[in-house]
Design a protein. Structure first.
Length: 369
C-alpha cells in the first residue's frame, strides 16, 4: 500500500483514538482526528493508570493474550512518545500487590497460579515486608512484578503534543453526525462543519460509539459503566507501589497523591459522584491501608467506561460496513490496551498480518453477544 496517498479519519479522541492516530501518522498516513469535545476528556483521563495485564485478568484466553501483548509494548511505546513530545507520560516500573482480605479471595487468587505468568504468591509477612503500611490482617497475596503504571493525564498531554508534531489534523468540538456511505462502502463522516472523506474511517468513540453505526445495521452493545474515584494525600508517603484488593485499588503518583478506585455502576451517561458510593470505596481502601484514615481529600470524579456484555472489546472490520474499522469497548482497560490496539489497527489498515488473531474481538460477534 502506498501510504503517502492514504488517508484516515479517526472518530474519538480518547487514548485509543489518539494512539491509533499516532501509529498511522508515523506510518505516513494522513490522519484527521475528530471528537465531539476536547481530546481525552472522558474515560481516558478519569482512569488511575494501572497497567494490570495480570492483576485484572481472572482466566486465560484471547483477552489475556491481548493484555500481555500491550504490556510488552508499553515501556518502549511510552518512551517513543516522550521523545517526540518532550512530555513524560510518567511510566513507573513498579509492580502491583494483590492482597487477599478473606479466604474466598485467597482461594481465587491461588487458582490463577497454574496459568498466569510472572506472578508469585507471598505470605502475610512477605507482603508486609514490601509494603509495611498495609493491613496486617491480609491473608497474603500475589505479586505481579510486571504490572506497572502510567499517569493518564500526562500520557494524554504527551500523545496530543506528539500528534501535533506529526501534523495530524485535530478537530475538537466537532461531533460526527453520521457516516457517509457510497456504493456500499463507508467513505467519510458528516459533521456540522461539512463532510470529511478518507480512504479509511476508524471509530473509537467509547461509550458514545454505538449510535453512529446502528444506522448501518451493525449493533454493538457498548454501554457506559460509571466508575467513581478518589484522590487523597498523606503527610508522608505510605506506599511504594500499587496495592489492590477485591473492589478497591490504591495507586501512588509522583506528586505524592494516591488515586483510589474504582466503582462500577450502569447509570447511563450520569457522571455525578455520590457521597455514599465514594464513602464505601474509601472504607475499603482504609481496610487495606489503615493510615489513609487521616489522609487529606484532594478530589473525587467519575468516568464512563465503554462496557460490553462479554467483557471483550470490539476490534476489527465488519462485513456489514466495508471501509469502517472499529476499536471500541475496552471497558476498564483502555489505558493498558492502547499500544496493542494502535499496533493492531495499524496492521489492519496497512493490510498486514496482525500480531495476534483478532477474530475473538470481531464486531460481527455482536450478533451472538
Amino acid at each position: 500500500m502506498n501510504t503517502r496517498s492514504t488517508s484516515a479519519i479517526i472518530i474519538g479522541g480518547g487514548i485509543i483514538g489518539c494512539t491509533i492516530a499516532w501509529e498511522l501518522a508515523r506510518s505516513g498516513i494522513r490522519c484527521t482526528l475528530v471528537d465531539k469535545g476536547a481530546l481525552n476528556q472522558e474515560a481516558s483521563t478519569a482512569a488511575a493508570g494501572m497497567l494490570g495485564a495480570q492483576v485484572e485478568t481472572h482466566q486465560p484466553g484471547a483477552f489475556y493474550e491481548l493484555c500481555r501483548l500491550s504490556q510488552q509494548l508499553y515501556r518502549n511505546w511510552s518512551e517513543e512518545i516522550h521523545q517526540i513530545s518532550a512530555i513524560s507520560p510518567q511510566y513507573i516500573a513498579q509492580g502491583i500487590l494483590r492482597a487477599a482480605l478473606h479466604s474466598d479471595d485467597e482461594q481465587e487468587l491461588k487458582s490463577r497460579l497454574p496459568w498466569i505468568q510472572n506472578a508469585e504468591w507471598l505470605d502475610t509477612s512477605e507482603m508486609l515486608a514490601m509494603e509495611p503500611g498495609i493491613s496486617p490482617h491480609i491473608l497474603g497475596g500475589l505479586r505481579f512484578a510486571q504490572d506497572h503504571q502510567i499517569h493518564p493525564v500526562q500520557l494524554a498531554k504527551a500523545l496530543q503534543a506528539a500528534l501535533h508534531k506529526l501534523r495530524c489534523e485535530i478537530r475538537e468540538w466537532t461531533p460526527v453526525l453520521g457516516l457517509l456511505e457510497r456504493q456500499g462502502r463507508i467513505e467519510g463522516v458528516r459533521t456540522a462543519e461539512g463532510s470529511l472523506y478518507a480512504d479509511h474511517v476508524i471509530i473509537c468513540a467509547g461509550a458514545w460509539g454505538s449510535s453512529l453505526i446502528e444506522p448501518l445495521g451493525l449493533k454493538l452493545p457498548i454501554f457506559p459503566v460509571k466508575g467513581q474515584c478518589i484522590s487523597v494525600r498523606t503527610e508522608a508517603p505510605v506506599l511504594q507501589g500499587t496495592v489492590f484488593t477485591q473492589g478497591c485499588y490504591i495507586v501512588p503518583k509522583l506528586d505524592g497523591s494516591m488515586i483510589i478506585g474504582a466503582t462500577q455502576e450502569e447509570a447511563g451517561f450520569n457522571k455525578r459522584c455520590h457521597v455514599n458510593v465514594v464513602s464505601d470505596l474509601f472504607g475499603k481502601a482504609v481496610k487495606l491501608l489503615p493510615s489513609l484514615e487521616q489522609a487529606e481529600l484532594v478530589g473525587t470524579w467519575a468516568g464512563l467506561r465503554p462496557g460490553t456484555r462479554d467483557g471483550l472489546p470490539f476490534m476489527g472490520t465488519s462485513a456489514q460496513a466495508p471501509g469502517l474499522t472499529v476499536a471500541m469497548g475496552h471497558y476498564r482497560n483502555g489505558i493498558l490496551l492502547a499500544p496493542a490496539t494502535g499496533k493492531l489497527i495499524k496492521q489492519l489498515i496497512l493490510g498486514e498480518q496482525t500480531t495476534i488473531d483478532l477474530s475473538p474481538f470481531s464486531p460481527d460477534r455482536a450478533r451472538a453477544v
